[in-house]
Design a protein around this ligand. Sequence first.
Ligand SMILES: Nc1ncnc2c1ncn2[C@@H]1O[C@H](COP(=O)(O)OP(=O)(O)OP(=O)(O)O)[C@@H](O)[C@H]1O
Ligand SMILES: [Mg+2]
Length: 287
Amino acid sequence: MGIKFEQVNFAYQGPDGQKYLALANINLPIHETGEFIALIGETGSGKTTLVQHMNALLVPDTGSVTILGVKVTKEAVRKKQIKLNPIRKKVGLVFQFPEYQLFEETVLKDIIFGPKNFGISDAEATARAHDIIKVVGLDESYLSRSPFNLSGGEKKRVSIAGILAMEPDILILDEPTSGLDPMGRDELLTVFNRIHTTLNKTIILITHDMNTVYRYAKRALVMRSGYLVYDGDPRALFSRNNIDNWNLETPDILSLQQAITAELGLKLPHIAHTEEDLLAMLEAVLS
Ligand SMILES: Nc1ncnc2c1ncn2[C@@H]1O[C@H](COP(=O)(O)OP(=O)(O)OP(=O)(O)O)[C@@H](O)[C@H]1O
Ligand SMILES: [Mg+2]
């Protein structure tokens, strides 16, 4: 079933009543399982707006978003013809700014809020919280702390824990690794990748880090000024010339390959995916 955007347009309304177009004619299918999608594009291009349509936090002005079989349109929401709560349980969205997601006195209460809201018992939700806090790389002593007295990176981890605790079918992360140190970033990416590979869950990750896109994503979506301008293989994306037009950086491994091949005057059989891949090709060519 997944999520399907059909001819979606959305504009924010300014205080003067003026409309600012944020999504323009979006058509996009996403499968419920098995996808690891990187959503990229320059600042203000509409990434956050797009994912907020995926769990009906925002509703299209025209067109529809069908989420796990529920067709969300402006009219259906206005007439209260559809229930949005079950959608929000199944499509977990970790906000770009964790402050918007944290509001309880303790980290524990914050993490169990979602599951309890969806009918999980206090005891089970608490047990989940004790497991999940470790999954996001914090120890159990954090559970009794106030979420407001944590560092930015710790807040981010707690907000991710709160969404994981709901065990969503589809997990959407809006810049989950921004503001983290490189080790924390790699640790969390490993967690997301594990959730994806072991549970076969669809993950949608917004990021400005092209190394992450290149290494983990199976599919890349590029937004530009409210339009979806690319939907396809990440490797094919970076081997095209138009990434400059879209203000995207080249992943380090590609820059490295370009530098080495130019310096040594070599031609390698394909574009490297990982450092190991590049080394293997160099060994083969140079031996
Ligand atoms: N609440 C709002 N009211 C009015 N305009 C908004 C609002 N939120 C976003 N916009 C505008 O909509 C457009 C898309 O914003 P969006 O937040 O989706 O971009 P983004 O791609 O997530 O950017 P970033 O990488 O900076 O997070 C931008 O032009 C932005 O200024
Ligand atoms: Mg954003």
